[in-house]
Design a protein around this ligand. Structure first.
Ligand code: OAD
Length: 250
């Protein structure tokens, strides 16, 4: 007998998933929710750091005004993430890079959990909390999970800032263009755990659909994208994504 969750996965989606060669997965904060990382919207209060709302401490303005305070907030977040493990959704997505001949993972997340689960060549449209960037020459440097964070740029000696897209900033050059190219080529596009409100990332499913892709959303809540999708799987990514794969039906 099929579980209520498994019965949500229509036969057409399973068939397309098994036959597809070119697949794109777009993820947002919801894919990390089951690992214990809070989302930005929905399900409670938004983050506040020392009395400052998230969108103020994580803003371009704050980098100019008080870079050490911005680092304090990002150091705190990295400290929490060190203890956090990928969940079944990250793990399933990491398996898929070996299943499809053309596979792209585009994430709005900066937490590095896709990579921790084994995903490679992740297109990070909002940057990574595990990298710093020079404010002058833009040289990037990795931040080790354990051990101290580099303080100054190795190349020019100027100050480093988090290599993350902050409120009021543009996306890193090239990342969105690459994601848009991949979206226009895919046959199947899975949109997982994003409120689909923040552009331009939210336009990727539209680009995929315009290129003829079958669009599937995985989210416990409806989003502005839901009505536009071929199929909506309502529930948690960690429970639903593994059900798309071959194997015994529950
Ligand atoms: P949001 O916090 O806006 O949305 C998270 C979505 O995940 C919501 O639609 C939830 O319903 C859904 N969700 C929650 N738990 C889930 C689960 N277990 N499985 C699947 N979905 C679940 O996060 P994003 O859409 O990623 O940008 O936000 C986009 C961008 O807004 C972020 O990257 C960030 C923020 O401004 C930057 O920091 C530049």
């Amino acid at each position: 007998m099929q579980s209520a969750l498994a019965s949500q996965v229509p036969a057409e989606l399973r068939e397309r998933f098994n036959a597809a060669r070119n697949v794109l997965v777009l993820t947002g904060a919801g894919v990390s929710a089951e690992s214990g990382v809070p989302t930005f919207r929905g399900g409670g209060n938004s983050a506040v750091w020392k009395g400052m709302p998230f969108d103020e401490i994580s803003s371009a303005r704050m980098v100019e005004r008080d870079l050490p305070a911005v680092w304090e907030w990002f150091d705190y977040r990295r400290g929490i993430l060190q203890e956090i493990a990928p969940n079944a959704a990250h793990v399933a997505i990491a398996r898929w890079q070996h299943k499809f001949s053309g596979f792209s993972l585009v994430t709005q997340n900066v937490d590095g959990l896709h990579q921790k689960a084994g995903s490679r060549e992740v297109i990070e449209v909002h940057g990574s909390i595990w990298r710093a960037r020079c404010i002058a020459c833009h040289e990037r440097v990795g931040i080790p999970e354990h051990g101290s964070r580099p303080l100054d740029c190795n190349n020019c000696g100027d100050r480093l800032r988090p290599d993350v897209v902050l409120f009021g900033e543009m996306l890193p050059e090239g990342a969105f263009e690459l994601a848009a190219d991949k979206a226009s080529e895919c046959e199947l596009c899975l949109v997982v755990g994003t409120s689909a409100l923040v552009y331009p990332a939210a336009s990727l499913p539209e680009i995929a659909r315009a290129g003829g892709a079958y669009l599937c959303e995985v989210n416990p809540e409806r989003t502005p994208l839901s009505d536009f999708c071929d199929v909506v799987l309502t529930g948690k990514a960690g429970e639903l994504l593994p059900l798309l794969e071959d194997g015994p039906r529950l």
